[in-house]
Structure formats: structure tokens, C-alpha cells
Design a protein around this ligand. Sequence first.
Ligand code: ADP
Ligand code: MG
Ligand code: ZN
Length: 450
Amino acid sequence: MSKEPDLLFTQLKDHFGHNQFKSKLQEQAIRAIVKRKGDVFVSMPTGSGKSLCFQLPAVVCKDKVALVFSPLLALMKDQIDHLTKLKIVANSINSKMSGGDRKTVVQDLRSIRPDTRLLYITPEQASTEFFQSLLQDLHRQKKVSYIVVDEAHCVSQWGHDFRPDYLKLGRLRQAYPDIPWIALTATASKQVAKDIMKQLSLRQPVETFKTPCFRKNLFYDVVFQDNMRDPFSHLAEFIKDTLKLEDTSKKPSERDSGIIYCRTREMTDSVAKSLIAKGIPAAAYHAGLNDRDRVQVQEDWMKGIFPVISATVSFGMGVDKGSVRLVAHWGVPQSIAGYYQESGRAGRDGKMSRCRIYYSKQERNAVDFLLRKDVSHAKTEGKKEKAKVSYQSFEKVVNYCQEAKCRHSVFAEYFNDDPPSCKMLKVCDVCQDKNAVEKQIEEFISHLGS
Ligand code: ADP
Ligand code: MG
Ligand code: ZN
């Protein structure tokens, strides 16, 4: 490390008031982006500071403006307000603004030295004549620092939030090959990443900065309901063991807690009832509750009033609770991506936590049946294709459960990461005792015929 003052650190502090980068990865991405050498793809979870990855480079690129595509006016407004507070000039062009406001924005952009460092644009603006001619002029005068696509998964039909307007952005890439592009997303799947690069025509080699998916404080395993005499008692013991429910020394909000994911409302109810019967305070959460009850259940669980919630997968979005010590799936998750995300709500505080699937033949067959039905009942080719992809995703989960292969390595392959160090750390059942897992699988398979 050189002792010279690092300009980027100074700028980080001066413009954004941060004393350090949020992570090594954020720093590496920013250092690559400021070089303006080529296209960059950033995949980091929500909250890890992706905005700074383009905002800091945009701010230090004097006299130029970064064009930022963002899917929602609300998201744009948040970022612009934040930047304005930092005295960074950020504007937007969207369909909701008045002609006068738009004129002011354009006037600055067309001036010799624009003050605007970031211009936020909704993707449907990209194809308007107004924007096309503005971009042409800015480009001719070499005033564009970057073209940024935030929430870039919106361009992919495989993503969960596809927006057709994002597809228009690919054409821009082709029209202006010399402007560096930056695409950012929280979606980690390999398929979506590939699709983003293709749809946006990112220029290879794309420099990629991706948070590794390996979470070494999560112990993963699979158990088989069909091999158990009493699966509910097994679950209750697992919970009591993991959550140390007798320990009442902590504040309720800091006590360990757990989530049991179920496929149906009925299952959330029966899991909650049987846990209560075994002395574990629990409540069910599903879309069938009225709004008030649903909010109440979630809040009580967040506050630690009861430790265990049995829920359908609609639960958990935006739930940020550090002390989730256990996530169990009662039955079979529908996809590896979904399972990774849902189970990943455990151990956000970095402490050792457990993720377990209570696999069962009945649940496997039920999901298999439903997904096959979706394929055969699909009315259009597009829908059939989607249904097939869903079925294939589910088959990967079946393999995950019925094969004795390191659980973390399944995720790593799925997300295109380097192999994880699970063999050494032993944070899955297979790496801990492969023979035992193989025996469990054999026993399960022997039940299948019966
Ligand atoms: P993402 O887009 O990845 O979800 P954001 O860009 O919205 O994340 O950033 C999340 C939070 O992290 C914001 O409050 C932001 O101010 C903060 N943040 C980003 N970079 C840093 C940093 N280097 N130091 C401290 N806080 C940071
Ligand atoms: Mg963001
Ligand atoms: Zn392993």
C-alpha cells in the first residue's frame, strides 16, 4: 500500500461523507468504474451500497453527466433527494414533470459545462425522439460519463420484475458503442446475469463484481419426514435445541427466533398448532389473514413476543431481523433461487444459524403434480416455456434433497461462484458426514415404492 493520499478516499469523504468503502467489493467496483475502460456488471445484495458504485464515479467525472435508468419514479426521487442534500446536482427526465422543469434541466445539459452530474431517466423515455436527440448532442460533445442501468434484472424475463421498456435500452448500447455502461442488480442468478448482458448488449469482456453467495455461518441440511416416526416432534426438538428457548436473559427483541416455511395456508396453521401443543409459542402467517392480523403477527414476531412463525413464502420480503437462528422448510421449496433467498434470512447477524428442509414424498409429489399441470395447461408458447423453466427449477431442488452433494456447492454452481470452502468448515450435513446422508437418502428411496 502506498502512503500517498488516495484521491478516491478523499472524494468519498468530501462528497459523500463516508470514511470508508462499505466493502472490498464496493471499492473494487468503483476503482474499475472510474477508469472508464469498459462495461461493468455489479451484483450485490440489497443494502450493500450499489448506488455509490456509479454515483462516486459520476461525481468525479467533471463536466460530464451520467445517465441513470431506474424503473420507478419513487426510487429516482429518493436518490435525487439524497444527492441534493450532499450538494451533488442530480436531475431527472420523466413523463410526470412539467415542460418548464424539463426546460431548466435541458438548459443545463446543453450548456458548455453542465452542473448536472447524474440524470435519472425512466426507461420508457429512452425511445422518445426528445431523448434521442438530447443524447445525440450530449454524445457529440463528449458529455456522457456513463450509461447506468440500475435494477438491471428488470430487463430479463427470467427475473421477478420484468419491465418491457428496459428492452429498449439494448438499442442504445448499439448506437453509442464508446460510452461505458454499468449494470447493477441484487439478483444473483446466473441465468439472469447472462440475460442482462445479452439484452443490454454489454461489451465483452464485462468486468463483473459479485458478492459470493457462500454464507459460512449457515449450516444446511436435509431430513426426511418419511424416515421419521413423528415429524412434528422432530421439528419441535430441532427448534428447542437451536433457539434455546429456556434462556430468558435476553431482551425479547434479541432472543433467537425461527421461520418455518410451508407451501399452503393449511400447513402454516397445522404446523403452528402442533408447535404450540408441544410448548413452543408460534403463530401462522399467510395471505388469507386480513391486513391487520398479518401486520400484527409479523410485528409480534419481530418484537420477539413469540419466537416461531410458520409462514408461506409471502413472508419475509423486507424483513430485516438479525437474530433469526433457524429457517426450516416444511416440505419442498420450489426453486434453488427461492430456497437460497428464503433460507438466507437466517443468520443476518453473522452468528451460526441453521437451515433445514423437512423433505417428504407427499410434498414432493404434490409440487411435481402442480408444476406438470402448469406445463400441460399453458395456453401460449411463452407460458409453456415459463412453466417448463419452473419445472426444471423444481427438479434441481429434488436433486438437491435426494443427492449427497455439498449443499453450499449446489448454490455456488447455481450462482456461478467459485467452489465454497465447506469441506473444510463443514457447514453442511454432507461435508460433515456424507455416509449418514447417503443412508438417509437410501432409506427415503426405499419408502418411495411403498
Ligand atoms: P443497494 O442499491 O445496494 O440496495 P444503496 O445504494 O441504496 O444499496 O445503499 C444502502 C445504504 O448504504 C445507503 O444508506 C447508503 O448511504 C449506504 N452506503 C453506501 N456506501 C456506503 C459507505 N461506503 N459507507 C457507509 N454507508 C454507505
Ligand atoms: Mg439500489
Ligand atoms: Zn458442504
